[in-house]
Design a protein around this ligand. Structure first.
Ligand code: ADP
Length: 660
């Protein structure tokens, strides 16, 4: 076994790899960019090396610096995690040329799966079913159209070099084929430098079922059963589970055998996933699954397999990379119970799942109810530089329903404030009746998007709780305190009006009366607070006392009050009495980033005269361009950004000279 490995990644996966390495007595070296110097993955490792500035292209994608760091630290092997360099065969070869071991498959196996057409051809040869279609070399448009007509519409055009859903076009009618082909070829050329396409039959209401495979360097290969990842949004997985609902032993054997054949055909070693698309229009049938692609790395969702198989896949990766044979044979592997994983992200479902940023003022994840694989801690800032994943919540139960109830319970017990998240969205999805019944397909989320992604619902007493938080009255009153607290007696018997700006941006006033410590009246309700094991509970009009967390903090824009009520967190701003004047001045003198994103162009320099409405800056966020325009006539005083800069939401990018 290795004495020391370098982990060429960040976030939850780097932390998770370090955890297994420590359990095995293997020392770890972290790599990090300059903004990640204090990140959890650095803390999780024994040593750390700085490899460059924040942009991944200058740090986590710099194979040369990572290899140099491994050599300098005396590491014997490099674990790539997922993403970044994990599926880059040139990196694998460079690692090996430096005399180090790559903890993953051989470069040739990665290359064999790199292009969709070559991968499909290799799989067909190995006897693995592939989606019916054309994946040959001939690219003449008329020829491809003739193939599409034969396959029958709808068809899917895929750029062979495509990934992440790019370069794919669904075509419903023959007359739309040629323009769609041109678009897919153009996208393939623009994004991947390769315009060649393949044509596939479109599978209606498909399910995404993938098989975990493992190979060793002695010719051994096994599968560790399936995961169902049908709950997707724009081809991104949201909740994954193992086993797949409705899976039969016959189908599992057929899919497992096909996946092992796929792995053997390309000389696979290490952890890999063979992704299949399943035509489930008539249930799961062994003749209705088709190879889609193979991911030649550890997957984000590997913990659901670990939960049901009772194994540590990172331990297997290390053992196999160190030259050991696979720890278990196929006949020794069993599925025990059911597992789910939910991906918790800093993003705003109500605004098209736009990535969110911000400081996590509170992040309490229920480690007592679920396995939590987190890459950030309370107090950390979510920046626009990297993937906005906060954590993966993984639960295991004896059967699907027990696991599902545990998932809901864990999501409802999480407490997050300071950044918008998809927590409430996940909790609603976990409670959805179709999901509960195991009726999953890749279109489920889109069909119910409006109800799933609506902002969290507020209880009638939430504004009153926000007012209590805004005044800091939830902080435990010292014992004899009521009389001693200066200020209280003055207004204790009277009402105090608390002005708040709600999560919807609307201003409201709450008339709050303190009746006694921890007892308040507001908006026609009486609220009693109590504390148990350091957790606050609130009872309304003598009803059951339910857990709630109240917080107050200040940031650059002023004071914020937060009410964390299960997965629903609402944040309220206290209007600054001087704000109306400030606001005009700020709005009139500055251009701030409306969202986190990339600065594409800056059209002005200090000293330039501008007219109201002139374009000043172009930003790109969510793959769309946004123009920031001059709020009034004036002269540019300062420019605080340059093209290529990543900026946070609210960052002031440009100021105008004050008006006389
Ligand atoms: P990418 O490499 O861009 O992620 P994939 O080939 O993995 O592309 O496909 C992405 C997703 O598109 C799949 O998870 C599935 O939901 C959908 N998809 C792919 N092929 C088909 C098909 N033939 N019919 C219907 N949906 C498909």
């Amino acid at each position: 076994m290795f004495r020391k490995i370098l982990i060429a990644n960040r976030g939850e996966i780097a932390v998770r790899i370090a955890r297994t390495a420590r359990r095995m007595g293997v020392k770890t070296v972290a790599v990090h960019s300059d903004v990640d110097a204090n990140a959890p993955h650095v803390a999780a490792c024994d040593e750390a090396a700085l490899i460059g500035p924040a942009p991944a292209a200058e740090s986590y994608l710099r194979g040369d610096r990572i290899i140099a760091a491994a050599l300098a630290a005396g590491a014997e092997a490099i674990h790539p995690g997922y993403g970044f360099l994990s599926e880059n065969p040139d990196f694998v070869e460079a690692v090996e040329a430096a005399g180090l071991t790559f903890i993953g498959p051989p470069a040739a196996a990665i290359r064999a799966m790199g292009l969709k057409d070559a991968a499909k051809a290799a799989m067909e040869k190995a006897g693995v079913p592939v989606v019916p279609g054309y994946h040959g070399a001939e690219q003449d448009p008329a020829f491809l159209k003739a193939r599409a007509d034969e396959i029958g519409y709808p068809v899917l055009i895929k750029a062979r070099a495509g990934g992440g859903g790019k370069g794919m076009r669904k075509v419903d009618r023959p007359e739309d084929f040629l323009p769609a082909l041109e678009a897919a070829q153009g996208e393939g050329r623009a994004s991947f430098g390769d315009g060649a396409c393949l044509i596939e039959k479109w599978i209606v209401a498909p399910r995404h079922v993938e098989i975990q495979v493992f190979g060793d360097s002695h010719g051994g290969a096994v599968h560790l059963f399936e995961r169902d990842c049908s709950l997707q949004r724009r081809h991104q997985k949201v909740i994954e589970e193992a086993p797949a609902p409705g899976m039969t032993e016959e189908m599992r054997r057929a899919m497992g055998d096909a996946a092992v054949r796929a792995a053997r055909a390309i000389g696979y070693a290490g952890a890999g996933t063979v992704e299949f698309i399943v035509d489930a229009s008539e249930g799961l049938r062994p003749d209705r699954f088709y190879f889609m692609e193979m991911n030649t790395r550890l997957q984000v969702e590997h913990p659901v397999t670990e939960a049901v198989a009772g194994l540590d896949l990172v331990e297997w990766q290390l053992r196999v990379a160190a030259g050991e044979p696979l720890p278990l044979r196929q006949e020794d592997l069993r599925i025990d119970g059911w597992a789910f994983e939910a991906r918790l992200y800093a993003e705003d479902p109500a605004r098209g799942f736009m990535p969110a940023t911000g400081r996590l003022r509170r992040l309490r994840l229920p480690e007592d109810r679920a396995r939590i694989d987190a890459g950030v801690r309370e107090g950390d800032e979510i920046t626009p530089h990297y993937d906005p994943m906060i954590a993966k919540v993984i639960v295991h139960g004896r059967d699907r329903e027990e696991a599902r109830l545990r998932l809901i319970d864990a999501l409802e017990a999480a407490e997050i404030a300071g950044s918008t998240t998809n927590l409430a969205f996940l909790a609603r999805l976990a409670a959805d009746p179709d999901f509960a019944a195991g009726r999953v397909d890749t279109g489920l989320i889109d069909r119910k998007l409006a109800q799933l992604s609506a902002p969290p619902e507020m209880r009638p007493e939430t504004p009153a709780l926000a007012a209590i938080a805004a005044l800091g009255l939830h902080e435990a009153a010292p014992a004899p305190a009521f009389d001693d607290r200066s200020g209280w007696r003055l207004w204790g018997a009277e009402t105090r009006e608390v002005a708040l700006i709600g999560p919807d941006g609307a201003a409201r006033a709450v008339r709050l009366q303190a009746l006694a410590p921890d007892r308040f009246a507001a908006e026609g309700r009486e609220i009693a607070l109590s504390r148990h094991d350091g957790r606050l509970r609130a009872s309304v009009d003598g009803g059951p006392a339910r857990p709630v967390t109240l917080m107050r903090w200040s940031d650059a824009q002023g004071v914020v009050a937060a009410v964390i009520d299960g997965p629903a967190t609402t944040q309220w701003r206290l209007p600054d009495p001087l704000e109306s004047a400030d606001d005009v001045a700020a709005g009139g003198d500055a251009a701030a980033a409306p969202m986190p994103g990339l600065v594409k162009a800056v059209f002005v320099a200090p000293g330039d005269a501008v007219k109201a409405g002139d374009a000043l800056i172009v930003m790109e966020a969510m793959k769309m361009e946004h123009r920031l325009t001059a709020p009034r006539d004036g002269v540019v005083a300062s420019v605080a950004c340059a093209p290529g800069a990543q900026v946070a939401e609210g960052a002031v990018l440009l100021t105008l000279e004050p008006e006389e």
